[in-house]
Design a protein around this ligand. Sequence first.
Ligand SMILES: [Zn+2]
Ligand SMILES: [Zn+2]
Length: 379
Amino acid sequence: MAQDYYQILGVERDATAQEVKKAYRKKARELHPDHNPTDEAAEEFKTVTHAYEVLSNAEKRRNYDATGHEDGRRAGFGGAGGGFGGFSDIFETFFGGGGGGGPMSRARRGQDALIATHIDLEDAVFGTEQTIDVETAVRCDRCDGAAMEPGTHPETCTTCRGAGQISRPVDSILGRMMTTEACPTCRGFGDVITDPCGKCSGQGRVRERVSFTVKIPAGVRDGTRIQLAGRGEAGVAGGPNGDLYLEIRVRDHDVFTREGDNLHATMAVPMTAASLGTKIKVETFDGEETFTVEPGTQSGHVITMKGLGAHRLQGTGRGDMKIMLNVTTPTKLDDEQRELMAQLAELRAEDVANGEIESRGFFSRLKTGFDNMFSHDES
Ligand SMILES: [Zn+2]
Ligand SMILES: [Zn+2]
């Protein structure tokens, strides 16, 4: 998309508004369908006209000069999409608004919609089914989208005689020319509905609450959007439905957090258990699992349980469960316990309770401690 609009129009970057206009006029004449009725010319005409659109507008041009591209057309919901949407009158003047003559269809595609749904972490890990309840536009069942009373027919427009378009002369920057435009009487449809459907007021659709079940795949994350084709609003006058986008919001879990496809948790282990070794039972999403704490386990040690994480949304297999052990130092010792601790310290030649620790020998490069894999340090 990185097109140089100045190059396209063949002008210098400091060209005046007059020069830009002049250059465009020259190009447009060459490429005008009257002189050059090829598809390539039409394409180039679009490009040239678009460049002119930007450079002839002071604000757009300033923005283009500053950023190297024009302000992004906002992609997203409700956008009809389609090439040069919202594009200048000049183009329509040349090629006709309806894009090639003939009456337009009344039918228009329904809008896309976006709704959020909340699920638990466990459901994100394994997938689930969710009932969606949404107010939307649905096809009118009285007229079946036709927008007119059943049994009636639209009448051919008398203004345009069914063509949907009328021609009239206009003055453009290329001089006086004939232009076709949508017939104002029938709005380009070529016919007029004389008896609009009473239920939908001639829209072909009505608002209703609908509810349906959606399968949410295993491995979805907070923020994952699922596209449900045809679940958006019903179109106008029998047009196709838009799509519904379901945005997944995953509720926080008391114990586990998700990092990629892994599940993380922090667990407190008493100093004595960490020192002597033990087995610990954990309630996982797959049921109770037991893991071993080896004697001499340090605080910050991470136990990995393979394959107990989330299913991978794309691909197969599952992530891991990682449990970081947080060794807790006993507090509030009674006399007997304090005595035992002191004895232990003495036996281990760590008798520093009444002295001071020499920093040398105790400092170490605690890289692993700071390089902690858990970003949320909630010990
Ligand atoms: Zn109706
Ligand atoms: Zn008409």
